[in-house]
Design a protein around this ligand. Structure first.
Ligand code: AMP
Ligand code: MG
Length: 487
């Protein structure tokens, strides 16, 4: 375990120089205070979790103090936003404080979001509000606990600093951790601004630090791109299987590591709805739940375009061709497991699709359906779940297919089926209304609810005593919350 002042830095991105990022100091928050910290994320830095409660912790992550070795930088990037190219974006309110390595030899970027204005702030104030910082914190840690690759969050620091959104709110900072903060948009920036040398330097940097095994391949850059395609396909398969809607899949929000990145108006599905749009400024539904799959490929094509100086067009196209099959394989594998199946049959895809079609417009809670399906033997479980569906005849036909499929899957004890299914079907997910209740309490100075919710979500598959209220369908007020994208 380390004390806060014992972190060891190795700022590899900062060393790339001023073409890639700009030195900016964090602008401190007034009266910084700890809202919530993640013990699991603290452990990634070998930090003693009790140090989160010390005043110096709030000062460090509230922008008042810096380690001597930190080199705060705002990164420059660009990206396609809602399908159109924005020539210059960049860290408008977040700073890469530096790269810390732990005892296991892993490097973690420390990124402080809400740290004030930078040369890339455009019309923004450089701030993040408490509400959106809590949402990012809870989502990062909850996705990780579900096994969905994600950036992590160390803590949220609240303050008395006024920040103006639709109304006056309070500023906060979230400390984000990731092995890299390089986005598709970094490559797009150097490609479209015609800086081939810097672009090559960036590609070398990513290859050496994040895809070193690709060095051994005959075409290292191509191998790296393939890996990026596969990792993104796998990540999106997990989003779809667990009902996670990102909401702003712009290429500046896509990580070259294939981890979930930049949380805005995201949502987990309550009732299953393939057409669900969680971002209320997404009028055309570009980033609707089911569109996430083709958009993942669209985004990878935008990255491929930026990599044309390094890789032949034919090879890029071939690599992009991996996306759908890899997506499909991961998705089907996870959905089979969610249904309790241990073997594969050709018609399984259809079994899943038919179920989702029946769920559509039926008001079936997506998470609880699978959890309850595993509570009991198949025949009993489908009888109990039947009442949730509108098309009863349709559901009965599906249930017959499912029971027959379960029977073919092999002999199974009730206990084994439950254990296997509960290990992949969460009881607790970050429902918008749960986040909303915790945020409302935090905004009036009570952080206990955020902390409790975070605790519950770190063990989503384990039934926790006294936590029944976190495993419920939303009450009427919490069903179709509009989450502001002004964050
Ligand atoms: P986002 O929608 O959070 O992914 O942000 C898109 C771009 O806008 C990024 O370049 C952000 O840094 C920038 N941005 C978002 N909010 C602010 C803000 N309040 N102040 C400055 N820049 C911002
Ligand atoms: Mg962003």
């Amino acid at each position: 375990m380390k004390a806060l002042d014992e972190l060891t830095f190795d700022n590899r991105f900062a060393r790339l120089g001023d073409a890639f990022s700009t030195h900016v100091l964090p602008e401190p928050l007034d009266e910084p205070r700890l809202v919530v910290a993640s013990d699991a994320a603290m452990a990634l830095l070998d930090l003693d979790p009790t140090t989160a409660e010390t005043p110096v912790f709030a000062e460090l992550f509230g922008g008042h103090k810096l380690w001597a070795e930190a080199e705060p930088r705002a990164m420059v990037y660009s990206g396609h936003q809602f399908g159109g190219y924005t020539p210059q974006l960049g860290d408008g309110r977040g700073l890469l404080l530096g790269e810390v390595y732990n005892q296991a030899g892993e490097h973690w970027d420390l990124h402080l979001k809400g740290a004030g204005m930078t040369p890339y702030s455009r019309m923004g104030d450089g701030r993040a509000v408490l509400r959106s910082s809590i949402r990012e914190f809870l989502a990062s840690e909850a996705l990780h606990a579900l096994g969905i690759p994600s950036s992590r969050a160390l803590c949220v620091i609240g303050s008395s600093t006024p920040v103006w959104r639709e109304k006056q709110e309070r500023g906060a900072m979230v400390l984000r951790l990731a092995p890299s903060h390089i986005r598709f948009g970094h490559f797009e920036y150097f490609y479209y601004t015609k800086q081939p040398e810097q672009q090559a330097e960036l590609a070398e940097h990513v290859l050496n630090l994040h895809y070193p095994e690709c060095r051994e391949q005959p075409e290292p850059y191509l191998a790296m791109f393939r890996e990026i395609v596969e990792r993104n396909a796998e990540m999106i398969a997990k989003w779809q299987a667990y009902g996670f809607c990102h909401g702003v899949m712009n290429t500046d929000n896509m990580s070259i590591l294939g981890i979930t990145f930049d949380f805005g108006p995201f949502a987990f599905l309550d009732d299953f709805d393939a057409h669900f749009i969680c971002n209320h400024s997404d009028h055309e539904g570009r980033y609707s739940f089911s569109n996430q799959v083709p958009i993942g490929q669209w985004n990878l094509s935008a990255l491929a375009q930026a990599l044309t100086p390094f890789i032949s067009v034919d090879a890029l196209k071939e690599a992009l061709g991996l996306y759908l099959p890899v997506y499909q394989a991961h998705y089907l594998d996870l959905m089979r497991r969610r249904l309790g199946l241990t073997t594969a049959e050709d018609d399984d895809q259809q079994l899943v699709e038919r179920l989702l079609k029946l769920m559509q417009n039926s008001g079936v809670d997506y998470t609880l359906f699978f959890r309850r399906l595993g509570d009991e033997p198949a025949a009993l479980a489908v009888t109990r779940l039947r009442d949730d569906f509108v098309d009863l005849a349709g559901f009965d036909a599906w249930a017959d297919l499912y029971k027959a499929r379960v029977a073919r899957d092999g002999d199974d004890s009730e206990a084994k089926r439950r254990e296997r299914m509960h290990a992949v079907n969460p009881l607790y997910i970050l429902r918008n209304y749960l986040a909303q209740s915790a945020i409302a309490a935090a905004e009036s100075g009570d952080y206990s609810e955020v902390r409790r919710l975070h605790e519950v979500l770190t063990k989503p598959f384990e039934e926790q005593a006294g936590m029944e209220q976190y495993a419920q369908r939303p009450p009427d007020w919490g069903k179709h919350l509009e989450i502001s994208c002004s964050s």
